[in-house]
Design a protein around this ligand. Structure first.
Ligand SMILES: C[S@@+](CC[C@H](N)C(=O)[O-])C[C@H]1O[C@@H](n2cnc3c(N)ncnc32)[C@H](O)[C@@H]1O
Length: 257
């Protein structure tokens, strides 16, 4: 019904302008409304990677970012040698190894990396067990795998979105493939999940993603979304168990034989 308000041509034109401005607007938006409030799990992933880099970014070490896409965290690793892998090449042609981690990556030698980084990829893999076997093969003994993945989140990159993980599933995946799970932490509790539902509810009910009205909705509802998310951020400490979370961060260590 909303589609009929503007004729097709006008709608396309408006969408083009709004899309261009949305990118700039989003940059401003992130300056005004902190990531911590409006995109909590992205904030937590960033914090996790910053902490990893403080501890592990040392000269002489080799890290590979699996499912790197545009390698958003490369900037945190200035000292070690940073390699990238993905199932497809990206726009800037910066992927070093192209291949499907589920099928194995024959171009990568056994025990050739000290660290593996794998952020928000596991849920997109048809065979997470096989991926863990491949992680094990590529890592040096004692090497570390830094991984983040979703527990409660809407399907994305459709249809390539296969699984969601609990703490116990993540422990099992690691331990049944020769790893010790050294650290696992949830990214938010039930209030952060409620915030995510609230942020996207009206869009899901009424608007087509990336349509003109989708962007209009975001602009108009920014303030109520921000207020509601701030409230959820403050209340989240009440959920002590955090067994329903947006995301998990994990550090695994490859066991010595
Ligand atoms: C949600 S994106 C995450 C990108 C990046 N790691 C980040 O945190 O922003 C998932 C990435 O996994 C890649 N991917 C999906 N299936 C894969 C597979 N079987 N083997 C290797 N990479 C895969 C996709 O191409 C995509 O770049």
């Amino acid at each position: 019904m909303l589609k009929n308000i503007f004729p097709n041509k006008t709608r396309k034109y408006l969408l083009r302008i709004i899309k261009l401005d949305m990118e700039k607007l989003f940059e401003v938006y992130l300056k005004i409304f902190p990531l911590k409030i409006i995109k909590y799990h992205n904030y937590r992933i960033e914090q996790f990677i910053k902490n990893v880099s403080k501890q592990y970014d040392s000269e002489g070490k080799r890290m590979i970012d699996i499912g790197a896409e545009n390698s958003p965290y490369k900037k945190y690793f200035k000292n070690l040698r940073y390699f990238t892998q993905d199932i497809q090449q990206n726009k800037n042609q910066t992927i070093d190894f192209i291949g499907d981690i589920n099928e194995g990556l024959p171009d990568i030698k056994d025990a050739s990396f000290d660290y593996i980084l794998c952020t928000q990829v596991l849920e997109h893999l048809r065979e997470p067990h096989k991926a863990f076997k491949e992680f094990y093969r590529m890592l040096k003994p004692g090497g570390k795998l830094f991984l983040t993945t979703h527990m409660c989140y809407d399907a994305h990159m459709i249809p390539y979105d296969y699984f969601r993980f609990t703490k116990y599933g993540l422990k099992y995946l690691g331990e049944s493939n020769g790893f010790k799970l050294e650290h696992i932490a949830p990214h938010g509790g039930i209030f952060q999940v409620i915030a995510r539902i609230f942020d996207t509810l009206l869009i899901k009910l009424f608007f087509e993603r990336e349509s003109f009205f989708y962007y209009l909705y975001i602009v108009i509802f920014t303030i109520p979304i921000f207020i509601f998310n701030s409230l959820c951020y403050l209340l989240d400490f009440l959920d002590r168990e955090k067994t329903m979370t947006l995301n998990y961060e994990c550090i695994y260590r490859k066991k010595f034989n």
